[in-house]
Write a protein that binds this ligand. Structure first.
Ligand SMILES: C[S@@+](CC[C@H](N)C(=O)[O-])C[C@H]1O[C@@H](n2cnc3c(N)ncnc32)[C@H](O)[C@@H]1O
Length: 222
């Protein structure tokens, strides 16, 4: 089965012996990879749309994995059961992920681990999931096919983070890698280009962009 490096990396964040719900499973490629490559994994491959679940069903049958992967149609984590200890949500926008996790918090009672790879609003995602009673235990910032993305692993527990840690990631900040420098240096340059085009009388916008550049510069050089 062909699976992207991005999904393989997300799979590497899942512990052996986990009962996973993969929300927005699409073709269930992550689920199939997990049960084939990790020890003692069960998953619920869940999606809100019938189309993706049809191809998920076919893929799961092709690999004879019906006893290890259950397919469920439904919104967010409405399809969870009491045995699930790990939620994975990847490839969705941050706002949708937050809505999914906050919709009915009683559904999180047996969940020990949440693994997220949002494609937007990452600051807000960290903040809201921490407010739900989870702390960040692992994360990575990387690129796949020229697109930046993060994977964040939360575990039940309390922790306090600074604004910079919520924005950049507490662990990502401790282990800044080449992708981190590439992305934020490019962002600084983009901001500098935008700044050149802002009319002088637009002082508020100029100040905002200058502050952002200063913040990014400080982080890159820390
Ligand atoms: C871009 S795909 C991501 C697939 C896969 N998780 C990945 O990372 O490659 C998004 C999938 O999420 C599903 N989806 C979107 N909103 C959802 C929701 N609220 N609950 C469950 N699934 C949802 C879509 O139907 C689609 O199959």
């Amino acid at each position: 089965m062909k699976i992207s490096n991005r999904l393989k990396l997300i799979a590497s964040f899942v512990d052996d012996n986990s009962y996973v719900i993969d929300v927005g499973c699409d073709h269930a490629l992550l689920d199939i990879f997990l049960v084939n490559n990790k020890k003692n994994i069960k998953t619920i491959a869940s999606d809100v749309n019938k189309g993706p679940l049809e191809s998920a069903k076919k893929n799961i049958q092709d690999y004879n994995l019906e006893s290890k992967i259950e397919i469920k149609l439904g919104d967010g984590i409405s399809t969870i059961n009491d045995k699930v200890d790990t939620i994975v949500i990847s490839g969705l926008g941050g706002e949708t992920i937050i809505e999914i996790l906050k919709e009915d918090q009683s559904l999180l009672k047996n969940v020990k681990t949440i693994i997220l790879s949002p494609h937007s609003d990452i600051y807000q995602v960290r903040k809201e999931v921490v407010n739900l009673g989870f702390k960040i235990i692992d994360e990575i910032f990387t690129y796949d096919q020229n697109k930046p993305y993060v994977v964040i692993k939360f575990s039940k527990g309390q922790a306090n983070y600074t604004d910079d840690e919520l924005y950049f990631g507490p662990i990502i900040l401790k282990n800044k890698n080449e992708y981190f420098y590439k992305y934020y240096k490019e962002l600084i340059n983009k901001n500098k280009e935008v700044l050149k085009k802002v009319p002088n009388q637009n002082i508020n916008l100029k100040n905002k962009i200058e502050k952002e550049i200063e913040r990014l510069d400080k982080i890159i050089n820390a």
